[in-house]
Write a protein that binds this ligand. Structure first.
Ligand code: NAD
Length: 437
């Protein structure tokens, strides 16, 4: 990554394109519309409320991140979407049952005006859903071309100067990169032949990359995490990042595990189970879709604890993750963790966590941050994988051969140091010996 020679200003309107107009997207859109009216504070979004320390601690320079870096303003954001259901953002938000009428009523007309474009949807990748609001082009190549036309038309019709895309549609079945995913040429041949290993999300990502639109992936699907897409991202100077928003239980895991490891506590077992009853939960009830999520959720402990370096503390760790679809809870997920730890003289102890959270309330501010930071990346001239945004993901994308960094505190430091570096400020190492000379 090159330090930007010239970071362009966020002039004009920014199209934030969201494949999937479901619970997360509508909660995000509603929050931004309410914040614009001054009716709510954008809690949980680093780009809106976060601060960044600059220089030495004695300098007392701690601006808001949005005052420090040229981040697009909420007033300049225009939302667009695709979905296989024709419901507008108001109808979809009512269906999702995340927000109450008191929050939806003041913005009802603005929400109702946001109507999804027709989706690219081959049902074999999300077996629990079927919808009618879908494109009918003959081949996957034609589907990509139709999505590209959607993007261009949306930008033009809404007077936007640029766009970003954050995948907020359903989790797809587990796929691994095959021969078709290896190069631009093999992938484009696959599109023309409607290769069955090219999933819906890959077509959206491909269309965005072709249009130079930054693409962030909020689900665990491969989507943009395969060699051909990365080649295209470099070729078209487009930033990409993913995968799978780090919101509830995995957020807690990557918050706590670094602390346990730092104290040198042993861990024998970590059992995590969830109940949730929204449409996402219904999709994840299918074993093939859950497999994508499971792989993404299981990876974090292994990397943080490094059992190969600490076999006496973590060599026997038993890690299990379950998600149970339980309709009565809707979006109000409950996640339990039982952690069996051991300390001095191997004496066992237990930690229990019961996180009564709200899935989309946790995810919405992450989508906002990702959209705004990806736009910043593009204006800074960054391209390819944006590892500095690992902070937002359960399964961060990295350069080939690098293991992903899961420790939340390292991720946070990486994010802020990247902003300092981007803006020509000194990096902060926390060494601090200059205060004692
Ligand atoms: N909420 C969280 O905490 C969280 C955390 C990590 C990841 N995610 C992921 O974010 C995504 C969105 O979650 P949600 O709760 O909003 O789900 P949701 O089911 O409410 O919404 C997803 C929407 O995507 C649509 N969709 C599916 N395939 C599509 C396609 N090919 N094109 C266009 N639209 C399509 C569905 O019709 C649905 O309206 C899911 O993949 C979920 O796994 C959510």
């Amino acid at each position: 990554m090159q330090r930007p020679e010239k970071l362009t200003k966020p002039d004009g309107k920014l199209a934030v394109l969201l494949p999937g107009l479901g619970a997360v997207s509508t909660t995000l859109i509603a929050g931004v519309l309410l914040a614009r009216k001054g009716l709510v504070k954008p809690v949980g979004a680093l780009t809106q409320t976060g601060t960044i320390r600059l220089g030495k601690r004695t300098e007392n320079r701690v601006p808001r991140i949005h005052e420090f870096a040229p981040i697009a303003k909420l007033e300049d954001v225009v939302f667009g979407s695709w979905d296989l259901f024709p419901d507008n953002a108001y109808e979809s938000a009512v269906h999702a049952k995340v927000l109450e009428a008191k929050d939806l009523d003041p913005i009802k007309d603005e929400l109702a005006a946001i109507k999804p474009m027709k989706a690219v949807f081959y049902p074999e990748f999300v077996k629990r859903l079927s919808g009618t609001h879908v494109k009918t082009e003959a081949t996957k190549w034609d589907m990509v071309e139709a999505l590209r036309a959607d993007i261009r038309n949306f930008i033009k019709a809404n007077g936007c100067s640029r766009a970003v895309c954050v995948w907020c549609a359903s989790t797809e079945i587990f796929l691994e990169p095959g021969p078709v995913h290896q190069s631009i040429a093999s992938f484009e041949k696959g599109l023309r032949e409607s290769d069955p290993t090219i999933a819906n999300s890959m077509m959206y990502a491909w269309a965005c990359l072709k249009e130079g639109v930054p693409f962030a992936n909020g689900a665990p699907n491969l989507t943009v995490d395969f060699p051909a897409a990365l080649e295209l991202a470099r070729e078209t100077n487009t930033p990409v990042c993913g995968k799978d928003f780090k919101t509830g239980q995995t957020f807690m895991k990557t918050l706590l595990a670094p602390g346990f490891k730092a104290r040198g506590w042993g861990i024998k077992g970590w059992f995590s189970t969830n109940i949730l009853g929204n449409r996402d939960g219904e999709v994840l009830d299918d074993p093939d879709n859950f497999k994508s999520k499971e792989v993404s959720k299981l990876g974090v402990l292994e990397q943080i604890l490094q059992p190969e370096l600490n076999p006496e503390l973590y060599g026997d760790l038993y890690h299990k993750v379950r998600i149970n679809y339980y309709p009565p809870r809707g979006d109000a997920k409950e996640g339990w963790d039982n952690i069996d730890i051991f300390g001095w003289l191997n004496y066992p102890m237990q930690i229990k966590i019961d996180f009564l959270c709200r899935d989309s309330i946790l995810a919405a501010p992450l989508v906002l941050d990702l959209a705004l930071f990806m736009d910043l990346s593009k204006r800074a001239g960054f391209r390819g994988v944006q590892e500095w945004l690992s902070f937002y993901f359960k399964s961060p994308m990295t350069a080939d051969g690098l293991y992903p960094e899961h420790d939340l505190f390292i991720q946070s430091m990486k994010l802020k140091n990247t902003l300092r570096w981007m803006m020509g400020e000194e990096l902060i190492t926390h060494l601090g010996n200059e205060y004692y000379d």
